[in-house]
Design a protein around this ligand. Structure first.
Ligand code: GRF
Length: 206
């Protein structure tokens, strides 16, 4: 019988409600998915994402920026905490901090982020609000490998949703989030099962 392939090790970083983390945990419960979440990290206490992790019996760590004198020290501490869990992939699922050079040197080729607009339009933390204010008719979510910019890295996948005439920030955000969760689960599964290449800005999953 062939040796079973070990599941890829994923560390998820969160700052909020953790609905993307929850979707990943559900998917990873099936051994055929090919990945397991091995730890969850955050930059703040008291958030839903940490509750999901605790309910799943996962190790958690919190590395608040304000606990460090400099951003560089924070970046080093975050890198060390993530490295302890020997991840094959690190996923920012609503992690609201930009990581620094130390983190990118360690994980830059395997650090994913999901953003709630169709990049390169509307980067930053108010994506759906900015998209609505601009009057776009289609928005969506983008999964990408993080580089040193803000929401600028090579794109793995995008999913579009309509912007409706009576949308407000909340309704558009929720429509995007449900498409975003499905995309994240599907694409992370493909990445860990098939591997990937990044040539220039082009990501290919064989
Ligand atoms: C996601 O929509 C992500 O794009 C944005 O924050 C949201 C995180 O939601 N940056 P959750 O914490 O996974 O529920």
């Amino acid at each position: 019988m062939p040796e079973p392939v070990p599941a890829a090790r994923i560390v998820v970083l969160v700052s909020g409600s953790g609905s993307n983390l929850h979707a990943l945990l559900d998917a990873a419960a099936d051994p055929a998915y090919g990945a397991q979440v091995v730890a969850v990290g955050a930059d703040r206490d008291g958030i839903g994402g940490l509750d999901h992790a605790a309910a799943a019996g996962l190790p958690t760590f919190v590395v608040p920026l304000k606990a460090y004198d400099t951003r560089e020290e924070w970046d080093r501490a975050l890198t060390a905490q993530v490295a302890e869990h020997r991840p094959d992939l690190v996923i920012s699922a609503g992690f609201l901090k930009l990581v620094g050079p130390n983190f990118l040197a360690a994980f830059g080729d395997r650090y994913l982020n999901t953003h709630n607009t169709l990049l390169p339009a509307f980067p930053g933390i108010h994506g759906p609000r900015d998209a609505l204010a601009y009057g776009v008719k289609i928005s969506g979510a983008t999964l990408f490998f993080v580089d040193a910019g803000t929401d600028t890295g090579p794109i793995v996948a995008q999913v579009a949703v309509p912007v409706l005439d009576d949308d407000d920030e909340e309704t558009l955000t929720e429509r995007i989030k449900s498409a975003e969760r499905r995309q994240l689960v599907e694409q992370v599964g493909r990445l860990v099962r098939n591997g990937w290449t990044i040539i220039g800005r082009k990501v290919t999953i064989p």
